[in-house]
Structure formats: C-alpha cells, structure tokens
Design a protein around this ligand. Structure first.
Ligand SMILES: [Zn+2]
Length: 449
C-alpha cells in the first residue's frame, strides 16, 4: 500500500467520495458531458417528492433510474475490477517476498548492511533503505498500471505521468523516514525482549500509527496538496451554521485541492487530538449541489462527533495485538523449516523482514471482510448522523449517485459484506428515503411556504 493510498483511506477515515469531470460550473455543458458521468440530479424525481403515498422503495428506484446505463456499466466494471486487484496485489506481494527470501537477496542485503557498519541500529537502517528501493522497483509495474493507467482509463486521474511519479517519490520518501525510525526500535525490542517482544512490538506499532494519524493532516497531506481553511461564504454559511449546531469549532473545517490528482469528490475526518479536522475537497465544492455538500458535511460531522478515529484505533489495537501474537508463532514455525535455506539467523535478524511482510500480507488479506465491515459500520453511523444533522435526504441521495461513478451502486448482499468499506449507493439512498418518509412534514412545510 502506498503512502498516498494510506492517506486517502485507512485511518484517515475516508468518506463520501464521488468523481467530477466538470469544470467549476455546476451547469453541465450540453454535448461535452461524457456519457459515463453520473447525472447531477437537479430536480428530485417525482417518486421521491413528498406526497401522502411516499414509498421509500419507489423513491430509491426513481433515483437509481436517473443513472444512464453506460455510466452504470462503466462504474460496475471499474469497481468489480478492483476486487481482482485485491487478489493480484496480494499474490504479487507474496511472490516478491518469496523471491527476496528464496534467492537470498534479503540475506545479501543484511550482509551488505553489516559490512557498512558494526552498529546494530544503523545496520537495520541500511537494510531498510535497500529493502524499500528493491521492493518499490519490483512492485512498480503493478503500481503504475493500477494507480496511473487504470485511473486514467476510467477518467478518474487528472495528473500526467511526471507529477504522478513525483508524488510516488514523495510517498517513498515519507515511507523511508517512518521505517528508518520505527524499524531500529522494533528490532531492538525483539532482540532485548525475546519472550514478550510481540506485546511491546504491538504497543510500538500502535504508537507509530497514532503518530502517523496525528501528523498526517498537518505535515504529510501538505506535501502533496494545498490545504486551506474553508472560505467561500456561499458554501461556508450553512456549513458553519451546522457545525455550530453540532458543537464543532469553525477552525476544524478545511478544503483541499484534490483536483490536482483526481476527479473524485471526497471529504474526510483526519487527525488525532488537536490536529483533528474535517476536510472537503475542491471537486465536491465545485460540483456538489448545496444540499449535497450539506449532507456530506453532516456525515463528516458524524465521524467527528462520534469519535470514529479513536474507536477505529481501539479496534485496530485489538487487530494488531492479535496479529503480533500470530506473527510470533508463524515466524518461529517458518524459520524452523526454512530459516537455514533463507540464511536468516533468527527473529532478531533484519533479513527476516520480507517474511514478516509476507505473513502480515496474508493476515490482512484474510481479514479484508472484517476490516471493511468495521469501517462500513462507522460509515453507516455517520450516514445516519449526517441525515439527522443536515436534514438533506435528497442531498445524500445525490452524493450516493455521484459516488457511483467509481463504486458499484447495487451489489449483492455478500458482495457488499466482503468488498465494501462504505454502504453501497443503493442502501445509502434507501436509508435516506426511509428517513424522508418518516419526516415528511419537514418537506411538506417547505412546499406550503
Ligand atoms: Zn465517512
């Protein structure tokens, strides 16, 4: 996983995302609009308008019917292709790790590191630099296809190759700094505490995870993008009013120039403690309707007020401790069998790193549905908080449709359970319409005024 992708999702809880090809105007230019782009629903479909016989199911279907067949086919293809890439990424990672071990490249990198310096922490650092460079080069063909060519093919990327590649290098630099600090500490623990290293290792891992979340919005995101406090009064007025109503201070709302890299609309809650903030991206601000922006903003406020960053970290703590316990057992088991062949002297030997990465890759691959479901449950909670805070069920439906540009709208039940880290577009629209059905008086009053 690249650092950019880590910043885009993972712990920096990512949210209602959708894609935008249009320019600053919300008015689509006739003839220029690609067939595959999701519609901006200007008027609420008839079946979703308030009436005495309002039916959430019919309203949901009316919204879904606004999506042109070509747009739906393209988004389904993009998203279903992503399922396969989960598998290819996994297998590719496994092959790279096995190459490093079986060809004894890992042992050779360790030997070179030991040749350079006699000081253990510096040896670990020298090994890490070689490891990171070698694996980045080996994985590059897959990365460039998946994150550059494929994103361009589906009209989601806005960068040409050079700036994209520069972003990759920046990500690599950040990854190398984190490794240079974390690995000597982790290997130091393993060497000094041979029995309890897995507990302390998990604690240090979590401390680094929290540090990462803490500094990401303030120091890491600005390496890639410009982040500024939200200013445009047309947009800020209703948002700030909603923020006040939910006890969120004005300084916690920012915008980011994500259109530099992507056409996707997005917003997120990131940070930890005093760096925690809500960020809306410029694609959303340019293309979203005011109702839609308010619905998305309500959703983000949900994450913020419900302390989702903290509860997710608590969940992650359990996963990491369980992971380290399994790791300890699996490392001993594999080294007993193949340690000599791979020329790895033991768990405290830096040459063991590809094996650790291999086991971690298998662990998280098997855990995919669990991780997705943990995030999806938070996203569902944020959706419900958002519709209550914003009272914009139609804005929420519109956001779900825009999001459908790169997420399949109507998956099967198991498909959603395994692959979706957000509720599907269809369930989001349905829940919004169910909320609307139970709060129809709000909309009838608006009509009679
Ligand atoms: Zn969210």
């Amino acid at each position: 996983m690249t650092i950019r992708r880590l910043l885009r999702c993972g712990l920096v809880t990512c949210c209602l995302l959708a894609h935008c090809l249009a320019a600053a105007d919300s008015e689509p230019v006739a003839g220029k609009k690609p067939l595959t782009e999701m519609p901006s629903v200007i008027t609420v479909p008839l079946a979703a308008q308030p009436s005495d016989h309002f039916d959430p199911e019919a309203a949901t279907n009316a919204y879904l019917a606004e999506i042109p067949a070509a747009a739906r086919a393209r988004s389904d293809a993009y998203f279903e292709g992503g399922y396969w890439f989960m598998l290819w990424d996994f297998l590719y990672g496994v092959v790279v790790a096995l190459l490093l071990l079986n060809l004894r490249w890992s042992a050779k990198m360790r030997d070179l590191a030991e040749h350079i310096t006699r000081f253990k922490p510096l040896q670990t650092m020298a090994y890490w630099v070689q490891y990171l460079l070698l694996t980045s080069i080996l994985i590059f063909p897959l990365t460039v296809y998946e994150e550059y060519f494929r994103e361009r093919k589906y009209g989601l990327a806005t960068q040409t190759f050079a700036p994209w590649f520069l972003d990759q290098l920046k990500g690599l630099a950040i990854g190398s700094v984190f490794g240079l600090i974390a690995l000597p500490i982790l290997f130091g623990i393993v060497r000094r505490l041979p029995r309890t290293w897995w507990i302390w290792g998990a604690v240090v891992m979590m401390a680094f995870q929290i540090l990462f979340v803490l500094i990401a919005p303030v120091y890491l995101v600005p390496i890639f993008n410009k982040v500024t406090p939200l200013k445009d009064p047309k947009i800020t007025q209703p948002i700030l009013s909603m923020a006040r109503a939910n006890g969120i201070s004005v300084h916690d709302v920012y915008q980011i120039d994500a259109s530099k890299q992507t056409t996707r609309m997005s917003a997120n809650v990131s940070g930890f403690g005093h760096t925690m903030r809500i960020t809306l991206n410029d694609n959303l601000l340019k293309r979203g309707s005011p109702e839609e922006i308010q619905a998305v903003m309500g959703h983000e406020m949900g994450h913020y007020i419900l302390y989702h960053v903290y509860t997710f970290l608590m969940f992650l703590l359990i996963v990491v401790v369980a992971g380290f316990a399994l790791l300890r057992w699996a490392l001993e088991w594999s080294l007993k069998r193949w340690g000599e062949k791979w020329q790895i002297r033991g768990i405290g030997d830096t040459a063991v790193l590809p094996l650790v990465v291999l086991l971690g890759t298998i662990f998280f691959f098997l855990l995919t549905p669990v991780m997705n479901s943990a995030i999806r449950i938070q996203e569902y909670q944020a959706d419900m908080y958002g519709v209550n805070a914003s009272r914009q069920p139609d804005g929420m439906a519109q956001a779900a449709i825009h999001l459908g540009e790169y997420r399949k709208m109507s998956p099967g039940k198991w498909e959603e359970w395994i692959f979706y880290d957000h509720p599907s577009g269809r369930s989001r629209i349905y829940r919004a319409m169910q909320w609307k059905a139970e709060n129809l008086q709000l909309f009838k009053e608006a009509v009679s005024k």
